[in-house]
Design a protein around this ligand. Sequence first.
Ligand code: TA6
Length: 294
Amino acid sequence: SKGVNGLEKVVLRESRGSSAEVYLFGGHVTSWKNDHSEELLFVSSKAIFKPPKAIRGGIPICFPQFGGLGSLEQHGFARNRFWAVDTDPPPFPVPTSSRAYVDLILRPSEDDMKIWPHSYEFRLRVALGPGGDLMLTSRIRNTNTDGKPFAFTFAYHTYFSVSDISEVRVEGLETLDYLDNLQNRERFTEQGDAITFESEVDKIYLSTPTKIAILDHEKKRTFVIRKEGLPDAVVWNPWDKKAKAMTDFGDDEYKHMLCVEAAAIEKPITLKPGEEWKGRQELSAVPSSYCSGQ
Ligand code: TA6
């Protein structure tokens, strides 16, 4: 169907009422609702749905470069390109149990080949699981015919909707090493208890557990990220100063969002021609009472 500014989007609905929306522009998930139709992702009220500007919120896909370190635009170009629906995908290594899914594909354009001289097939499956979980599976294959391998970094840059950032805790990253983007990516070690927020945070946690929990105290809700093939995790909140500096972000919106991003950054992924990489994240939103001790 047509979304904002007439951009094509696919709406997924699961039998129990949960739903998701993904724009073909960017392969960009912009909505994930539970079976009470509560929106679980954050999209800025000032988001600009106008290519080639990336949509501020939802789940931007950072490929082939996370961040600004490298020759490409910030976070690479995949989120600024039009994807296509993949009508005949090769069988998925992990068969999706749900029927509510869509397969998208991105291949490089002529112009893309000029800035990143590699050919690839990037297949993305967005699926709603039986309990309303949101699953993203990326499969990236090197289809170079010149024998050249390529290396890339990657992130699902997920914006979670939270009631009040000052009442949010992140569990699962305790005692890990991280690169602090606010201190020219110097390496530090996290202290031993859950992460809380009282100022700008922009940290790349290295070799994290596969499961990370984001507890929203007020909503008594916990987001759980389960990830595969994505060893790192970025935690970002712009706080007030950076919020004001972003034209596509409301001054106060930092209070109601948190980015926790399943990523592969510290060790770029290298693929030889014919090789394929798979990176998966599964998001669930559970009442917090179930989550203590899990
Ligand atoms: O994921 C954190 C980060 O790298 C921050 O440094 C900030 O730049 C954020 O991404 C947003 O980047 P964007 O290009 O989407 O404005």
